[in-house]
Design a protein around this ligand. Structure first.
Ligand code: TRP
Length: 331
């Protein structure tokens, strides 16, 4: 039997090429090797997104984004967290095995509390219980599908370790392996994608290249990449140029060495380098954008795909809850 890989996708607006190379592509590759279960973590989204229109459209945006990028719903169980009520039942059960101190140590909570203290505000100002107990819900997401590995970025490693701790406390209490203990798979060797200003591409820095922008916007965004003041004639170093770092992600080996040679020879200005970059990005993203637009033009079909995923997922989730309830004496 194949091992199970599971990951949650937080609904965030404006998927960008940092997400594409850092999360989407590596997870889709793992789906060839593992029995993959990927879901939209929409109740996690509720902790921060209180505008119903925004949450609803963001959920569809990320779901369509993953499908357009090549997620095959026949191969991957792809669903919305909110369609699996058993996840929330398991969350409550796991709460009984989670010490409050463990939650106090979670980075997301600690950061928010630390910022409050710095500002002289009350420690818990603006922090809801959803944020505070986030790691328990995430543990339930993971544990309910008997996950072996959880591909996540480094920032989520602590959450997966908490899921391990919680599952182990349950197993230790009942003296048998009621719940499978998951392992984080930290995506170390994925490319760090530089943003427009050369820092890591991130929504919070406002330096992203969106995945599904229309061609014109894509081109304009690429033209905004910051460069130094070297003249056209000057030879340039490809390795310190974020234009070239981005180019490498989209170009084949021959194209990469050809452009590097043009950089080093001099005579090519930044504008021209950006045109080359636009050409290769647009080549890869045009079909993805077309699929995305087609999916977003037919939301009922998108919702049906997610519903069908949920239908496959629910019996697995129900079996875990049943096993746990039996072990717990709530049978
Ligand atoms: N917390 C993750 C993030 O912020 C999203 C997430 C929710 C998740 N549940 C999960 C990831 C379960 C992996 C497994 O990106």
């Amino acid at each position: 039997m194949k091992k199970i890989s599971l990951t949650g996708i937080k609904p965030t607006g404006d998927l960008h090429i940092g997400n594409y190379f850092g999360a989407i592509k590596p997870a889709l590759e793992l789906a060839n090797e593992y029995d993959a279960r990927y879901f939209i973590a929409d109740y996690h989204g509720l902790n921060t997104m209180k505008d119903p229109k925004e949450l609803s459209s963001t959920i569809r945006h990320v779901a369509a984004g993953w499908l357009a990028s090549g997620l095959d719903p026949e191969k991957v169980i792809f669903y919305r967290q909110s369609s699996i009520p058993e996840v929330f039942e398991l969350t409550i059960m796991l709460m009984a095995f989670t010490s409050k101190g463990l939650m106090n140590r979670a980075h997301a909570y600690k950061d928010a509390a630390g910022k409050n203290r710095e500002k002289g505000d009350d420690t818990d100002s603006g922090i809801n219980m959803g944020l505070f107990t986030y790691p328990v819900l995430m543990a339930a997401d993971i544990i309910i599908f008997d996950s072996d590995i959880v591909p996540v970025g480094k920032d989520q490693e602590q959450h997966v370790e908490m899921a391990q701790d919680i599952a182990q406390s349950v197993n230790a209490n009942y003296g048998t392996q009621v719940l499978k203990v998951p392992q984080a798979q930290i995506q170390e060797n994925v490319a760090v994608v530089p943003g427009l200003d050369g820092r890591k591409m991130s929504k919070s820095y406002g330096n992203v290249i969106p995945l599904f922008a229309p061609e014109k916007t894509l081109r304009k965004t690429i033209m905004r990449i910051t460069t130094n003041s070297q003249t056209v004639d000057e030879p340039k170093d490809p390795d310190t140029s974020q234009i070239y770092q981005l180019y490498k992600l989209f170009a084949d080996c021959g194209e990469q060495s050809a452009l590097a040679a043009r950089y080093r020879a001099g005579g090519m200005g930044w504008g021209e380098a950006k045109e080359e970059l636009f050409r290769v990005i647009n080549r890869e993203l045009s079909p993805v954008r077309e699929r995305y637009d087609a999916i977003m033009a037919d939301i009922p079909s998108l919702d049906k795909i997610l519903q069908q995923g949920a239908q496959k997922a629910r019996p697995i989730a129900a079996a875990t809850v049943k096993r746990f309830r039996k072990a717990a004496g709530i049978d």
